[in-house]
Write a protein that binds this ligand. Structure first.
Ligand code: DGT
Ligand code: CA
Ligand code: CA
Ligand code: ZN
Length: 581
């Protein structure tokens, strides 16, 4: 949805410029909020742009913003945006976008050293001119240089499934250091975002020096970027940045809450704290006594700090799971949904064997699923259009079905279903005819080719598959590969409505390269009452471990086990599968 994306960018830029100009923080935040709301929207804003009531019904959008949206849809521009752009040098936004460079520093460099773009920044850094500025210490200069050095590399965020194992290894190592009390990862990793900017780790210890030394001395550390008493920052060989913060054990919860974020969730919490006569910071929740010196520096005891739960409680709230902390309405909920967990999953409904491009035999696949405590495994190899994946033609499929039925008889303790991951061809037709599909216990229909189709065609194509009476699950609906392939941009709202109507489940493909449906699409599907499947698409035994990333994505979409077919008891799941036969 290009309108949403472009408008979101416009509001983001307005927020940045306003911040640069030192505008009222509320005004800055309001623009940033609109940008996020637009980015998260699952339908095209242009479709309601002529209806002010509908626009202002959206979270964060008031009368003024509605006008700007209408203006954009009618003219392709927002005049406020144009005006703001004209007030700063063109290249300054790029300077602001260098990670680690805040608006205050950029403002200073612009006003006092004439930095107007990245090129002039580089020049003035090299000539030593910047160092002569008042308030520009040697440390700041080093920070700017490093920020520039890594700006290019840091632009690629790392996928969740790549960052998680690294973080867990680091945590294991830190736990083994004598004196360590608590260690946890925080930030976007704990919230389960699909990509991670940097890894944030928090630890409490009785020997801070030992812990920091151990952290900076780990194998795989390419560069130590900061080595303070309470904060260390390193760059790993693979270019990931990891921050360690050593904190007081008594205030672990407060720090964990602060550094888990998101920033926007924190803003919402702080506003709530103020309304209740408190002050919330990374050291705890304190009574607000009107004194500007931070309470922890005056020896004031916090009302809550030890655990996140105690702080939420003191704020009069339920504890909010990290995956929900995105300021998407979670703070105003009367009850928090009982989100799905890894233990709830009892079936894998999308997996491959050596018959197509998998590494496991049918029996090996079934044994692996049994080991994971599942009651059902579906064998869903590729169909003939996926020739590069050795997809099965009808003749091979019939033989395969026979072999699956045999394995099902032979292996006790798990139901082995005969299925297929049938290709959805570019025009929406399926790669097998109905007579073939009827013989299968389960059909996952997925797009694999023509993934650059225009949105309208993509929508029609996927709608056809969803409404097909023999299809159970729409597999990885957009076909995207994170950081590498955009995939389709169908009208997700329409797909979800059709999925509800035709009782077809939408898949969250748990492979961390895909995570498709993505979080906001899951939330839209959950809101609409659609059924969700969480599948690993396993091609090898270790791929079953991807499930956790699918679960985090599901939780980011507020999914409960009742709506997830993989969490259903065996009888219920099988009855539903049979209802489509
Ligand atoms: P990332 O690393 O880009 O994937 O995203 P995060 O969410 O991990 O962000 P990061 O690493 O910059 O900071 C970690 C958390 O620390 C963030 O989620 C919330 C908190 N935090 C950082 N900077 C600020 C800030 O300026 N204000 C507030 N309220 N919280 C902040
Ligand atoms: Ca982070
Ligand atoms: Ca960080
Ligand atoms: Zn597959």
């Amino acid at each position: 949805m290009p309108t949403n994306k472009e408008l979101s960018k416009i509001f983001e830029q307005m927020a940045e410029i306003l911040e640069l100009q030192g505008a009222n923080p509320f005004r800055v935040n309001a623009h940033a909020k609109v940008s996020r709301v637009l980015k998260d929207l699952t339908f095209d804003i242009a479709t309601i742009a002529d209806d002010k009531k509908k626009l202002t019904a959206l979270d964060g959008i008031g009368d003024g913003t509605a006008k700007k949206i209408m203006e954009y849809v009618q003219t392709g521009k927002v005049s406020e945006h144009q005006e703001l752009l004209s007030e700063i040098p063109e290249g300054l936004l790029a300077v602001m976008n260098i990670p680690g460079l805040g608006p205050k520093t950029v403002k200073l460099m612009w006003e006092q050293a004439g930095v107007t773009d990245v090129a002039s920044l580089k020049k003035k850094l090299d000539s030593g001119e910047l160092e002569k500025l008042p308030r520009m210490g040697a440390k700041t200069i080093v920070n700017i240089k490093e920020a520039m050095e890594f700006a290019d590399k840091a632009s690629e965020r790392v996928r969740l499934g790549e960052a998680m194992p690294i973080a867990e290894q680091i945590i294991e190592r830190l736990k083994s250091v004598p004196g360590t009390q608590q260690v946890s990862y925080a930030g976007s990793l704990r919230r389960g975002r699909e990509t991670i900017g940097d890894i944030d780790i928090l630890a409490s210890t009785t020997s801070p020096k030992k812990l920091s030394d151990a952290f900076r001395g780990m194998p795989g550390v390419k560069k130590v970027q900061a080595a303070g008493e309470t904060k260390s920052s390193i760059r790993l060989d693979n270019n990931m940045q990891v921050d360690l913060r050593v904190i007081d054990d008594d205030a672990f919860g407060a720090a964990l809450m602060y550094f888990t974020g998101s920033k926007q969730h924190n803003v919402a919490l702080r506003e709530r704290a103020i309304r209740k006569g408190f002050r919330l910071n990374e050291y705890g929740l304190f009574p607000d006594d009107g004194d500007d010196t931070p309470p922890q520096k005056r020896g004031i005891r916090p009302k809550a700090a030890r655990t996140e739960a105690s702080i939420y409680k003191a704020l009069g709230m339920h504890s909010i799971p990290p995956e929900m902390r995105e300021d998407r309405g979670e703070c105003d909920l009367k009850t928090i949904p009982e989100l799905i967990t890894l233990d709830d999953i009892k079936a894998e409904l999308h997996a491959h064997t050596t018959a197509s491009d998998g590494k496991m035999s049918i029996v090996e696949l079934a044994e692996e699923a049994k080991k994971r405590g599942f009651h059902t495994i579906a064998v869903t190899d590729h169909s003939k259009a996926s020739a590069q994946a050795n997809g099965l033609d009808e003749k091979r499929l019939m033989k395969h079905i026979e072999a699956i039925r045999e394995a099902h008889e032979k292996i006790k303790g798990i139901a082995i279903l005969a299925g297929s991951e049938v290709d959805i061809l570019a025009d929406g037709h399926l790669d097998y005819d109905d007579k073939t599909l009827e013989q299968l216990d389960i059909v996952v229909a997925s797009p694999h080719t023509a993934l650059k189709q225009d949105p309208k065609k993509a929508t029609e194509r996927l709608l056809k598959a969803i409404s097909h009476p023999l299809v159970h699950i729409l597999g990885h609906p957009t076909g995207r590969i994170i950081n590498s392939r955009e995939g389709l941009h169908p009208d997700i709202e329409q797909l979800i409505a059709a999925a509800v109507e035709h009782d077809t489940a939408m898949e969250i493909n748990a492979n961390y390269l895909r995570l498709d449906l993505r979080d906001i699409h899951v939330k839209a599907a959950v809101d609409a009452g659609a059924k969700i499947a969480i599948n690993t698409d396993a091609h090898a035994p270790e791929h079953f471990d991807f499930l956790r990333y699918g679960i985090m994505t599901a939780r980011r979409g507020w999914l409960t086990p009742g709506s997830c077919i993989n969490a259903w008891p065996k009888a219920k799941l099988h009855a539903w599968l049979t209802s489509k036969r």
